[in-house]
Design a protein around this ligand. Sequence first.
Ligand code: AMP
Length: 467
Amino acid sequence: MYEDDKPTHECGVFGMVAPEADVARLTFFGLYALQHRGQESSGIAVSNGRAIRAYKEMGLVSQVFNEEKLRPLVGHLAIGHTRYSTTGSSKLENAQPFVVESALGPLAVGHNGNLTNATSLRRELLNRGVGLTGTSDSEVITQMLAGGEGRTWDEKLKVFMVRAQGAYSLTVLTRDTLYAVRDPWGLHPLCLGQLNGGGWVVASESCAFGPIGGHLVRSVEPGEIVAINEDGPRTLALMPAPRIAECLFEYIYFARPDSQFHGTTLHAIRVAQGRQLAREAPAAADVVIPVPDSATPAAIGYAQESGIPYSEGLIKNRYIGRTFIQPDDHLRKVGISLKFNALPDNLNGRRVVLIDDSIVRGNTSGPIVRLLREAGASEVHIRVSSPPIKHPCFLGVDMATYPELIAYRLSTPEICAFLGADSLAYLSLDGLIQASRRDSDHFCRGCFIGQYPVEIEGVDKEVFELR
Ligand code: AMP
């Protein structure tokens, strides 16, 4: 495995070129809309055409930045980054953007994804005498670009893309150009937008454009390098894609429902997943309720297709987010009620279909079932709008290791018993793909079938070995 404590991490990336705008402030609000993609650290780097200034810190976007922190970040090009939270790897040296000086001038990089050949690329850099401060593959990318082959940034980026394997959606800032780079598999999203007042924006998801007065123009294509300066965007290269392999988990859970993928909101796609789930796994019940908020669209779809009324049965604390205060033993036993309260009026004496988008470790669903029963539910039937997750992700979703994945260890009836539900059923992989409106060979299905679109290098066999 990589030397990082976690096999992989999730992130949001953002970038913009807007000579007339306060780019640091707009980047702040862009990152704010991408907060769901990472809550560990936040950072912004700005170029004024001569130098790059940056600020990054551990914490949520709103915790890291204030007027004082934004004020020095003056310029007309910017990138921003938000990184996923895991206790083990909460280290400032892994926070992004990475900023370095190079022979071609300053460089800043924001990365979402995971390089699968990071171990050998890292070794190569170390053998060449390049010092690395952190453990992340994103720093490897930054140093590969800064010191890599090529006389111009354009050339260096193309060389990088030939060498790198795995998942990378990048925003790269040089003195006078913003680059948006997406790996040839298209594993994680990246899209291009335009500001209504003039200027160009790049973000992991289109949900970042509306709040800053912009709109989606198009996706950055798998294998594409887009260079953007004051004259607008230009496609610098379109590297051949061995195979498109978009991450299915973005469609199920990770991306925001108001983001558009291939001209459709994920909300509509998730409603279709719920409809398909109702066709495949009906339940005799009185009410359909979601695990809020991520399973809401699928629950709406399940209710529409089954004719069983949709209602809310759980209310989630909107501000639950991340807290550094650990629960004590008593609270730990209370478990999930820190996050949710049940609504007895909607549950008492009812047979409930509980819709969840995914079961990963299996820690959340059991306490929710108990909460529903305590609120009077007479039966609880869990329906999940994705197939069982039996394999870890090595390509940019923080999924868990084999021993942690409940569907790797237990069969569906065993999981049902463990969760204390009356029944449990998952959406089939074919059904999921059909609802997601693309052909099956368009997706990375690694977490469901254990086959990945790229070779995974340096796996710790103890933890990750296949059965
Ligand atoms: P658990 O089965 O206890 O691991 O929890 C799974 C639930 O957490 C799912 O219903 C999702 O809503 C959410 N979830 C799934 N994957 C992730 C992830 N990579 N990071 C954070 N939350 C996740």
